[in-house]
Ligand binder design. Structure first.
Ligand code: PLP
Length: 380
């Protein structure tokens, strides 16, 4: 059995979450918009999940708009908010996930100006650059709460305060932060926030855009007017129920999970550093389950494939762009040389991982790295 160390890509569905979903995959198949009893029970389940999610991020349930996942939520914010305005100016960080970066880039074709925020060498958005960028009139701002590759936590509340001064709408992609650090919509001072269930031991294909009630968005999917007209389509009741249950679970065990994964991460990181790995974002405040490193001269894809053979599932660069050979945009933004960036490997721990697995991993890593280094030495 492979050891799974790729929890930033996705997490296993928790058994308790599955148990809560099962009735809605079997006998409780009503459409939440129907007026009969079946529909009413489905609607009640959706409402309960909306409350659970709202409670997790400190908003009112009406602020939660269910969508198909983080990708759609990010697209809904950028496209939906822009559709309400004349072409203006959007500011995003240089390390956003492609589902923010690409729709933001797309606005340029519609006459928008795009400004990207630089990061420091640790992968933290540069507040000086944010201040400079937000001196000019701006309409939309999007800065993620925790980066999916490095795990570095971003200064979102400070940037949100700058955005508010400029009367811009501030969005944060909190997909990688949820369940790992406290995420409070009000305290962050944002107007919109993206969440996704499958990163917190919930089902895939469900997420939410959490919105300030004053934020006007044009829907990007039209139809029967579900989700207060913001996202049409029959609600995926089992997935929504699972998302709610996953939030409850995450809230309950967040501290314990963070401590456990920090122990594993620190152990792994120390071991990798002793073998000569360069660790990215190590001095920054990070979510505690993630380590991202490279061995000079060793290709990240190759290392991932070799570790896979040895029984360990890890990721190279950003998981979502693993079909691309381009070095990670996040690492390039941090000033990492492209050759070293191509070596990047991400290890992200989760609830089921153990210290024994980390020890075995370090052995496999050591053996693989020495073998690849010997091969490289012969080749040159
Ligand atoms: N945002 C971040 C930071 C992510 O890491 C991911 C997934 O990898 C997404 C958004 C996309 O979320 P989803 O897979 O739910 O579409």
């Amino acid at each position: 059995m492979q050891v799974y160390f790729d929890h930033n890509a996705t997490t296993p569905l928790d058994e308790g979450v599955l148990a809560e979903m099962l009735p809605f995959l079997r006998q409780e198949y009503g459409n939440a918009s129907s007026r009969h009893d079946f529909g009413t029970r489905a609607r009640r389940a959706v409402n309960r999940a909306r409350e659970q999610i709202a409670g997790m991020v400190n908003v009112q349930p009406v602020q939660v708009v269910f969508v198909s996942g983080g990708t759609e939520a990010n697209n809904l914010f950028i496209r939906g908010a822009a559709a309400y305005m004349k072409p203006g100016r959007i500011v995003v960080s240089a390390i956003e996930h492609p589902c923010v970066a690409r729709p933001a880039q797309d606005l340029v074709r519609q006459g928008w100006k795009l400004r990207k925020l630089a990061t420091d060498v640790q992968g933290r958005v540069d507040l000086g650059d944010a201040e400079a960028a937000l001196c000019e009139p701006t309409d939309l701002v999007s800065v993620m709460l925790a980066n999916n590759e490095t795990g570095v936590i971003q200064p979102v509340s400070t940037i949100a305060a700058m955005a508010r001064e400029m009367r811009a709408w501030m969005h944060t992609d909190a997909v990688q932060a949820l369940g790992k650090i406290p995420v409070d919509f009000e305290a962050l001072g944002v107007h919109a926030m993206t969440l996704s269930a499958h990163k917190i031991y919930g089902p895939k294909g469900i997420g939410a855009l959490v919105v300030d009630k004053r934020l006007e968005l044009k829907p990007i999917i039209h139809g029967g007017g579900h989700e207060s007209g913001m996202r049409s389509g029959t609600e995926n009741v089992p997935a929504i129920v699972g998302f709610g249950a996953a939030c409850e679970l995450a809230a309950r065990r967040m501290d314990e999970l963070a401590q456990r994964s920090r122990d594993l991460r620190d152990r792994a990181e120390k071991g990798a550093a002793n073998m000569g790995a360069q660790i990215f974002g190590r001095s920054a405040e990070r979510i505690s389950n993630t380590t991202y490193f490279a061995f000079p001269g060793i290709d990240g894809e190759t290392l991932v494939i070799e570790l896979d053979r040895a029984g360990f599932a890890v990721a190279s660069g950003a998981a979502c762009s693993s079909t691309s050979t381009e070095p990670s945009a996040t690492l390039l933004a941090m000033g990492v040389a492209p050759e070293l960036a191509r070596g990047a490997v991400r290890v992200s721990f989760g609830a089921q991982n153990t210290a024994g697995e980390v020890e075995d991993f370090l052995q496999a890593l050591g053996a693989t790295v020495s073998r690849l280094q010997r091969l490289t030495a012969v080749a040159v």
